[in-house]
Write a protein of this length. Structure first.
Length: 444
C-alpha cells in the first residue's frame, strides 16, 4: 500500500499541494499554506448505505420552542434564544469577557439541564475563583482537559444538555495528527462537536481566539461548520461591550447585544441609548435615531475640524464609514457651499458604535456643518434621513420606530425627510426636503 504523504492546504481557498509555497497559486494569498496529515483509512468514515433521498413535500418540519439563556441581550443576538442541536462560536479579543459571559449563562441554564464546562486553558481551581467572584450558585460540571473525545464521553454519561468549550484552539482530537491550534485540529474538533450536537440535540458553545486582524483564528471553514457566529467587541480598559451576530442560521444577522462589564460580571444594558448620548448639546455634535436590527438606538455623532497643514486634507472616521463621510463632504461643498477642502476632518460616534445606517447621513452632515459654522444645534434635536448626491433628503426604513425612540428619550425637535409618512403621538417634526433646507436649523 502506498504511503500517504502530508499535504499543504490553503486556509483561505482550500487549495492543496505536496510542497509548501509562500503564495497560494489559486487565490493569491500569502503564507496561508498549512501542512496537514491525511487520516488513515481506518479513521475515515464508512458509507452506511442506509440514507436515501426524500421528497421535500414528505419532510415533516417541527418548530421547536426557543430556550432562553436567562440573559436578555444574548437572547437578542441569538435570534430569540437557543435551539436544540445548535452550535455557537463566540469570538473576541483576550480579556474581553467571553469566559465570564458564558459562565454566567451556564449558571442560568443549569436549572434547565445539565451543563458541562470544558476548559483547555484553565484549571478547575481558576474557574472556581471566577465563579465565586461572579456569584455563581449552580454546581456545574467541569472538565479541565484538552481531550475532546473524553469531554464528550463525560457529556454522554451525565446526559448533558449544554456543552461549553473554552477554547477551541486548546482542544485535541484523535482524528487529527497534529499540535493544538493547528488547522487540522481546530477543524477536526469543531466537526466532532458539531456531530455530537446534531446527534444528541445538545447545544454547544465554542470560544474562539481572534487574530490581530480581528478574525477568528483558524481556518475559515470553522465559521462555515457552526450555526451561529458571535463577536465580542470593546476595549478591555472600558466597561462597554458590544456583542454582534456575524452569522445565524436561526435568526437575523444584524442584531447587537450591549453589555456593561462590572466587578461582578457582565450586565445587560436595558436602555443603551443613554450610554451613547451626552447631557449637553455642543458644537460639532448631532444625535441620530438609528436601527440595530430590530432595536432603535439613539447615538451621538461628533466631528472636529482643524486647518490642514498639508496639500491634501485628512479624513478620519471612527464609527461611520469613511467613504460615506467623503461623499457627504462633497455634497455639502457642492450643494450647500460649505468649504471643507482646507480642513482636516475627524468624525466619531460616542461609545464605539459602528454606524453603517444610511439614516445617519443627515445627522453626520449637520455635525460637520456645526463644526464649520461653529454653531451648536438647537437643544433636544434629532436628525433622521439619507442624503443623495443631489442634496435631497430621503426617508429610510422604520421611520416611525426611530421617531418613537427619540420622543421617548425627550427629543422635541426631530428633523425628518419631507416625503416620510409619520404619525407618532407627541412628536414635533420638522420636515426638510434637501440639505440646504436642513441647514436652516442653525438660524433658529
Amino acid at each position: 500500500m502506498a504511503k500517504s504523504r502530508n499535504q499543504f492546504v490553503c486556509t483561505e481557498c482550500g487549495y492543496s499541494t505536496a510542497g509548501w509555497m509562500g503564495k497560494c497559486p489559486q487565490c493569491g494569498a500569502w503564507n496561508t499554506l498549512i501542512e496537514e496529515t491525511p487520516l488513515p483509512e481506518s479513521a475515515k468514515p464508512k458509507r452506511s448505505g442506509g440514507a436515501s433521498a426524500q421528497r421535500l413535500s414528505r419532510v415533516k418540519a417541527t418548530e421547536s420552542d426557543r430556550i432562553s439563556t436567562g440573559i436578555s441581550e444574548l437572547d437578542r443576538t441569538l435570534g430569540g434564544g437557543l435551539v436544540p442541536g445548535m452550535v455557537v462560536l463566540l469570538g473576541g479579543d483576550p480579556g474581553i469577557g467571553k469566559s465570564t459571559l458564558l459562565l454566567q449563562m451556564a449558571d442560568k441554564l443549569d436549572p434547565l439541564g445539565t451543563v458541562l464546562y470544558v476548559s483547555g486553558e484553565e484549571s478547575a481551581a481558576q474557574i472556581k475563583l471566577r465563579a465565586e467572584r461572579l456569584g455563581i450558585a449552580s454546581d456545574l460540571l467541569l472538565y479541565c482537559e484538552p481531550d475532546v473525545e473524553g469531554a464528550l464521553s463525560e457529556a454522554e454519561k451525565h446526559a448533558c444538555k449544554y456543552v461549553i468549550v473554552d477554547s477551541i484552539q486548546t482542544m485535541l482530537t484523535s482524528e487529527a495528527n497534529s499540535q493544538q491550534g493547528t488547522v487540522s485540529q481546530v477543524r477536526g474538533v469543531t466537526a466532532v462537536l458539531t456531530r455530537y450536537a446534531k446527534d444528541n440535540g445538545a447545544i454547544v458553545f465554542i470560544v474562539g481566539h481572534v487574530t490581530k486582524e480581528g478574525a477568528i483564528a483558524g481556518p475559515k471553514v470553522l465559521e462555515h461548520i457552526v450555526d451561529t457566529v458571535l463577536y465580542f467587541e470593546g476595549s478591555r480598559h472600558e466597561g462597554l461591550r458590544l456583542l454582534r451576530t456575524e452569522k445565524n442560521r436561526f435568526g437575523a444577522t444584524n442584531e447587537i447585544g450591549i453589555f456593561e462589564m462590572r466587578e461582578d460580571g457582565m450586565h445587560a444594558v436595558s436602555n443603551p441609548s443613554q450610554l451613547f448620548l451626552s447631557e449637553h448639546t455642543n458644537i460639532g455634535c448631532a444625535v441620530v435615531s438609528t436601527m440595530e436590527g430590530t432595536r432603535p438606538l439613539l447615538a451621538e455623532v461628533q466631528s472636529l475640524l482643524c486647518p490642514t497643514l498639508y496639500g491634501s486634507p485628512r479624513r478620519t472616521a471612527i464609527g461611520p464609514d469613511i467613504i460615506r463621510i467623503n461623499v457627504l463632504l462633497a455634497v455639502l461643498e457642492r450643494k450647500a457651499h460649505l468649504r471643507f477642502s482646507d480642513k482636516d476632518v475627524y468624525c466619531n460616534v460616542a461609545g464605539q458604535l459602528r454606524l453603517s445606517d444610511r439614516g445617519a447621513d443627515l445627522a453626520i452632515a449637520l455635525c460637520l456643518a456645526s463644526s464649520l459654522l461653529e454653531k451648536a444645534l438647537p437643544s433636544q434635536t434629532c436628525a433622521i434621513g439619507e442624503i443623495g448626491l443631489t442634496g435631497e433628503i430621503r426617508p429610510v426604513s422604520h421611520m416611525e420606530t426611530r421617531v418613537k425612540e427619540a420622543v421617548r428619550l425627550g427629543y422635541q425637535n426631530i428633523l425628518v425627510p419631507r416625503r416620510a409618512k409619520i404619525n407618532v403621538e407627541g412628536a414635533r417634526l420638522r420636515s426638510v426636503s434637501d440639505i440646504t433646507e436642513a441647514l436652516m436649523v442653525f438660524d433658529n
